[in-house]
Design a protein around this ligand. Sequence first.
Ligand SMILES: Cc1cc2nc3c(=O)[nH]c(=O)nc-3n(C[C@H](O)[C@H](O)[C@H](O)COP(=O)(O)O)c2cc1C
Length: 202
Amino acid sequence: MKKLIIIMAAAMLVACSADKNKQNSENMKEQVVLENIQTRTSIRQFTGEKILQEHVDKLLHAAMSAPSAINRQPWAFVVVTDQQLLDQMGEAMPNCRCNNGAAVAFVMCGDMTKAIDGDMQGFWIHDVSAATENLLLAAHAMGLGAVWTGVYPRMERVKMVQDFLSLPEHIIPLCIVPVGVPAEQPAVKDKYNAEIIHYNKW
Ligand SMILES: Cc1cc2nc3c(=O)[nH]c(=O)nc-3n(C[C@H](O)[C@H](O)[C@H](O)COP(=O)(O)O)c2cc1C
């Protein structure tokens, strides 16, 4: 009987400590994820260093982990690594920051053959935006710099990107994200504003 009590007490101790460890690791995960979100800033100057294919693959995995309306995943990505092409795109579209030492640019596209038909078609923009934010956060977590640069709905930019990359008609570029080793460290912007929060009704 005494032996049984000792065994049960030991088991309870082990269970308690496992619970505590789980709680600690959950807290740590929360802290790391929130800090990554809150310290991301747009990086527009890069050192010109190349990045590993492994990094490119991780960023694409992060992008494709995004949610999408009825899980259509109506996205497609063009990864631009060719330096001459990056320079040409940067010169033609200075807003896209492709010629500031970026190692690579991800052209984040919507695939209209996968987008929902009818009045829900516009959800492709939300879906590709979610993929873009995932990519930005993953780049930041990996110590890389990146910036979201807008293409759609500026139709002259859409046309330029379609021409540069020989995109088929059903592929619409939403934005371009140059990525590289950061050559600047802009201050983090605190955008929290309690005044724009409304509970239940406006
Ligand atoms: C839809 C969209 C379009 C943007 N277009 C550009 C752009 O063309 N060029 C650029 O340098 N930054 C662009 N940005 C980045 C914003 O300027 C930047 O996110 C904003 O100033 C806030 O700064 P932060 O990203 O450092 O928090 C764009 C961001 C979004 C979401």
